[in-house]
Each structure stands twice: as C-alpha cells, then as structure tokens.
Ligand binder design. Structure first.
Ligand SMILES: *Cc1c(COP(=O)(O)O)cnc(C)c1O
Length: 430
C-alpha cells in the first residue's frame, strides 16, 4: 500500500507498514523468526555497519516483522518513525536514554502508572538520573520544576489508574518554551482516542502489552518520534547533536534529520541496551492492532455505561471516570478526546480497604490481575498490589488510595459486567 495521507484510521490500522511478502506473496506479515541476515557481499555488510545503508543485520537491532509494527504504530500516531522494544518500561528507558546523562532530570506528572513512579523515583537514580514529580495541571509548578538540567517533561494522556486526562497542548507549550521535549505515555488512550503529536508532543511511548495488542498475550513497548524537535538548537542533547564515537564521529541529527531519534534508538539504544521486541510478540501485536478502533469503541461504550451505573449505586462512594458529566475533566475530554475517555477508571467502595478486598474476591467475570487493556474486564486493588511500593501520599496523589479499586473495562456484554459488579458489591457491603 502506498502511504497516501488520505487513508482513514480503520484502513491504516490494517495496512500501514505491511505489504505482501516479496518472496512468497504471503498476504499476512510473516513472522521472520531469524537472528541474522545474509549480506549480499562484504561491501554491503560494511555499508550496513557504517549506517550508510539501511537494512537488516541482526535481530537485536532490526527484524522485518518488528519493522512492520514500528511503521504501523508510527503511522497511527502521526510520527516519522518508531522503535519497538521488549516492554512499556523498556520503551520509557529507551525514550529517556538519548536525552539524559548523569545529573539530568525529567519533570514527571504525579499521575502515572505505579510501575513508572517506581522506575522514575528509584531505579533511574542508578544511572545518575532523577525525576521531579509535579501536578501537571499546575503549569506554574511545571515551569518552576524545570531547571538547566531538565531534559524532558513526561506525562500520560489518559492517566493510569484513572479519572484524569492531560491537557497535552498546554504542557507542550511549557516544554517548547524551555527547549525540551514532551514525552507522552499514550498507552491508555491509544492513537484511536488521542494523537499526542497533533497536540505538540515530541515523543510518544506505549506499553503495547495493553490495548494495542488487546488480548493479554505478550509484553512490548514502542517509542514514536514526531520528527519535529530540533535536537541541535541548544547543547542539551549531545547524544543526538554531537559526534558519536561508536560510529566514527557521525552526528545523528545532522545525518538523519527528523529520523535522528529513531536511528539513534536502533543503532545505539537497541544495539547496546538490547531491550529488543521479538518477532513473535510483534506478530501478536500486529494482529491486535487490526481491530484497535472497533475494540476501543466498545471499550469506551461499556466504560461509559458501567461508570454511570456505579455512580448511581449507594454502595459506591465515588467514581473517577473522566467520561462522566460529574468529572472535573469533562470539558477537557470533550475538547481533546472527542472519541471518549478510555476504559480505565477507579471507584471507591463504601467500607474501605476490607470492602475492596471482598469485592475483588467475589467478582466472577472480572479477573483480579495486574494488567489493563485486555479484551476481558479486569480489576485490581491498587493499594495492596501495583501501588504497594508507594508511600500513602504517593498512593493518594496517584488516585490509588486504600478504599479504591481500578477497573479496566473489557468488550464483553455491558449488562453481564453490571450484573457481576452488582452481586459482588452486595457481598462486599454485607
Ligand atoms: C503497563 C503500563 C506501562 C508499563 O508497560 P509494560 O509493558 O508492563 O512494561 C507503562 N505505562 C502505562 C500507562 C501502562 O499501563
């Protein structure tokens, strides 16, 4: 398929990046289950290793099945290129790696996936990096937090565990003024509900483990580059603007222009960090993406119905779904997320911690798992699981206090899901 800008999302989610296999005509993208690729001759090999020619060398760096997924996600997000990797968390490290150095920091939203809070507040310190957490609705606080060592601002579009949507344009303006990129984790929204690059984001990261694959089979991650950031405008990003000793002094930005970040991600990031996506995982994710828009429509429709039902129920204290008219973010959803506020939200059960535990144990269709974005409905008590490592203050800031459960609404019959919640809430409040 030629890359016509006129194709709609539903067409691109099936075709972007893929073409019939040149050797066999296979219509579906083959799983290229191979580690290495035969060079045409010694000159070809040398050109590949010098980055003078683009091609396949070794599957830690590039693989044809993974390459189709990279092009597919880049196209759906409106970016110029993408790098897939082994998990969403790997994607976050891979996104920060070219930007950061010892002593550098990232200004991050307080409303993030629990694992990201742990990665940013603890683990990245081992690299000499740090994170400053701020309420991204308070733009002055974001401006104040940015200092001369800040190399990025990081947020989620629809923030995990729920009820919050980010004004990406406002954050992009603050980041632009400071000469640093805005990185948006678009896992919960997917490019069907939100395309952060259109709102000014520089980089988009995904846990493809979730909605993009959509069936809870494989872990994966992806970083999409908008291609719009000028890495040479200041001296903050030497990995991209200065000579790279491991490639005979090649300058990524000067050589590859808008594809600098993508090439760096493959030629340095995957080569040396090795957080590679395997072709089998890429295959499952490509299968999933083919139905992304259809699933997201149903996810949103079900979430909307179930959130409204819960909000009207006496056994429930409150529901934090941004798609409800009662949400403080309701106007923002209408303006920036017209297709809906996703399918992930929290609700507080009367009876607190104990009632939440009883509810989780009593549900039959909902599975108690640490995952989201599956076709099946999932629930988790964040305070005793995913957000367990956080302080009580961090739990509250993340919207994951002890009396709250998080649901990821699947694409089953909404009536069945409501009946399941009804019987479990009765047991929880007994
Ligand atoms: C799951 C998730 C991650 C981490 O992704 P993994 O694939 O589990 O490593 C990051 N951000 C968000 C919003 C997530 O939901």
């Amino acid at each position: 398929m030629s890359d016509g800008p006129t194709y709609g999302f539903d067409t691109l989610q099936i075709h972007a990046g893929a073409r019939p296999d040149p050797a066999t005509g296979a219509r579906q993208t083959p799983i290229y289950q191979t580690t290495a690729y035969v060079f045409r001759d010694a000159d070809h090999a040398a050109a590949l290793f010098n980055l003078q020619e683009v091609g396949f060398i070794y599957s830690r760096l590039t693989n044809p099945t993974v390459a189709v997924l990279q092009e597919r996600v880049a196209t759906l997000e409106g970016g110029v290129g993408a790098v897939c990797c082994s998990s969403g968390h790997a994607a976050q490290i891979m996104a920060l790696f070219p930007l950061m150095g010892p002593g550098c920091n990232v200004v991050a939203s307080t409303r993030l996936y629990g694992g990201t809070v742990t990665q940013f507040s603890q683990t990245i310190k081992r690299f000499g990096w740090s994170a400053k957490f701020v309420d991204t609705d308070d733009l002055d606080a974001v401006k104040d937090a940015i200092d001369e060592n800040t190399r990025a601002v990081f947020c989620e579009s629809i923030a995990n565990p729920g009820g919050y949507v980010t004004d990406i344009r406002a954050l992009a303006d603050v980041s632009d003024a400071a000469g640093i990129p805005l990185i948006v984790d678009n896992t919960s929204a997917t490019p069907y509900l939100c395309r952060p690059i259109e709102h000014g984001a520089t980089l988009v990261v995904h846990s493809t483990t979730k909605y993009l694959t959509g069936n809870g089979t494989v872990t994966g991650g992806c970083i999409v580059d908008s291609g719009k950031f000028d890495w040479s405008a200041n001296d903050k990003f030497p990995s991209l603007s200065e000579p790279e000793p491991a490639y005979h002094g090649l300058k990524f930005h000067e050589t590859f222009g808008p594809l600098a970040f993508t090439f760096h991600g493959i030629a340095i990031g995957l080569r040396d960090l090795g957080m590679t996506m395997n072709p089998q995982a890429a295959h499952y994710t490509l299968m999933g993406i083919e139905t992304l828009s259809l699933r997201m429509e149903r996810h949103v429709e079900n979430a909307q119905k179930i959130a409204a039902w819960l909000e009207a129920d006496d056994r429930v204290e409150y529901v934090t779904y941004a798609g409800l008219p009662s949400s403080p973010y309701s106007d923002r959803v209408k303006a920036h997320y017209p297709r809906g506020a996703g399918a992930l939200f929290t609700f507080a059960v009367k009876g607190g911690y104990d009632a939440c535990i009883k509810l989780v144990n009593a549900l039959e269709i909902f599975s108690h798992v640490a995952n989201l974005g599956d076709a099946r409905s999932l629930i988790i008590h964040s305070a005793s699981t995913t957000h367990r490592q956080l302080t009580p203050e961090q739990q509250e800031a993340a919207g994951a206090g002890p009396g709250v459960v998080r649901v990821s609404i699947g694409i089953e019959d909404a009536d069945d899901l409501i009946a399941d919640l009804d019987q479990a809430l009765s047991k929880a409040s007994a």
